[in-house]
Design a protein around this ligand. Structure first.
Ligand code: ADP
Ligand code: MG
Length: 355
């Protein structure tokens, strides 16, 4: 059932100088059961199925992919809200994958999550002050009791909210303001890493840019590293130093802004980019729109070989037999250009043919 792992010795393009998080072979499978009384495992939902990346200090890694490809599961694994089925997560060089008790609590402080939907992720019965200060209840060592109220007010100020709002409730705020509250809460423990799971997807376009600008300012001010998750390539472009494109539980292409947006080599990235609206009518007219065939397969029935092959316009027989590794394609390895970045496609170097 399990496919052979991609061969080792991968030639990665980008290795940050000071890695904060190193993720290797990360897997999360959820058991698929049948029967009510006598539950029998009949398979697995392969939500995350072999993800590798490195996050450098002060860097933003954007992760993009369609709904259901495993982004939120990656986020939960990074924040230790779920336990991986396999693989390792290193934090500042230390394997923190299977910690428990006090040691786990200590690492959790350093990696905080900002959730997708500020409308449902904030407890409506708690005041803003209690929401932002709640992490201090869980980690009392982080701030002396007498100092917490002052810190909460300061956090509100830092995210651009009036400190006098501490006694208000979430429903008294707009979506953008609520996400600022969520961010203030995420900052309370002064983490080193923030995993933001589609932090602006639920917001109006006009508000999205404000929240992204805020996050950029906070990154400088607090020396933060971000994993910034989105389903839309255009949202992560501005904020990310590097981008990883996910499909059905795996990262299929990763590179810098220019590499991914100007020189994508994976057919899936090419298709996603071809669907991004182009404001310039001239440029629009000269562009090939790639329409992918069929739907995303279920993560409980992942295709053999390359998992993208059932929808790929380049697919041929070999794609069903071989799992392409995420590495610089051999044809590009000798060159310095922007095509020389990690891409999990056996035919990445072939010219883009649109069927
Ligand atoms: P995304 O955030 O990219 O939309 P998710 O990580 O939420 O994707 O989900 C990936 C896949 O895993 C989906 O098919 C989803 O239905 C499945 N999944 C997520 N959580 C669970 C769970 N607790 N039990 C079973 N399947 C799950
Ligand atoms: Mg999600």
């Amino acid at each position: 059932m399990a496919e052979p792992a991609a061969p080792g010795g991968r030639a990665s393009t980008t290795a940050p100088a000071e890695p904060v998080l190193e993720v290797s072979g990360l897997v999360k499978h959820y058991p698929l059961t049948q029967g009510v009384l006598f539950k029998k495992q009949v398979g697995a939902v392969r939500a995350v199925d072999g993800v590798d990346f490195v996050l450098g200090r002060g860097e933003t890694l954007g992760i993009v992919g369609e709904s259901g490809c495993g982004k939120s599961t990656v986020a939960k694994l990074l924040c230790h809200l779920e336990r991986p089925t396999a693989g390792t997560i290193r934090y500042r060089g230390e394997d923190v994958t299977r910690l428990s008790g006090r040691a786990l609590k200590a690492v959790r402080r350093n990696v905080q999550m900002v959730f997708q939907d500020p409308y449902t992720s904030l407890n409506p019965r708690m005041t803003v002050g209690d929401i932002v200060g709640e992490p201090y209840e869980i980690h009392p060592e982080a701030a002396p009791k007498g100092d917490r109220r002052r810190r909460v007010r300061e956090l509100l100020d830092v995210v651009g909210l009036d400190p006098d709002y501490v006694n208000r409730y979430p429903h008294q705020f707009s979506g953008g303001q609520r996400q600022r509250i969520g961010i203030a809460r995420g900052l309370a423990l002064r983490p080193e890493v923030i995993v933001a799971d589609e932090p602006v997807s639920a917001l109006d376009v006009s508000v999205q840019a404000q929240v992204i600008n805020l996050m950029e300012r906070l990154q400088d001010e607090f020396d933060l590293s971000y994993v910034f998750i989105a389903h839309d390539l255009s949202i992560v472009r501005h904020i990310s130093d590097r981008v990883g494109v996910m499909y059905l539980g795996r990262i299929v292409e990763t590179g810098t802004d220019t590499e991914i947006y100007e020189h994508p080599t994976h057919p899936y990235t090419q298709a996603l980019l071809s669907a991004v609206p182009v404001p310039d009518p001239e440029a629009r007219a000269h562009r090939d729109r790639i329409i992918l065939s069929g739907d995303v397969p279920s993560p409980a029935a992942v295709p053999s070989g390359c998992r993208f092959r059932t929808r790929c316009f380049k697919a041929r027989e070999r794609c069903a037999l071989e799992v392409p590794e995420l590495a610089v394609p051999a044809e590009f390895r000798h060159q310095q250009g922007p095509a020389a970045h990690d891409s999990a496609c056996l035919f990445a170097a072939e010219r883009q043919v649109v069927r």
